[in-house]
Ligand binder design. Sequence first.
Ligand SMILES: [Zn+2]
Length: 86
Amino acid sequence: MDILKLMAKIILIAIAIWLILTVLKRYRKNIDTHPDTGNSRTPASESMVQCSHCGLHLPESDGIRSGTQFYCCQEHADAQQDERNH
Ligand SMILES: [Zn+2]
């Protein structure tokens, strides 16, 4: 009988742990899918910009802003600025 009681306790503890883990997983999922966490890559709402040098389209956060112009990489930003200076 003592063994049965012990087993019942172990099963109860196991169920309690499983419940806690399930709740924690759901809680984490809610945090991950929350739109305000910020670190998500390239949200669909992000505006696309065009490189002023080569015409490549890229997300605004991936581009390099130079005044009102955007560039796909630092080289193109530099190249365009060199052209202006000449
Ligand atoms: Zn470019």
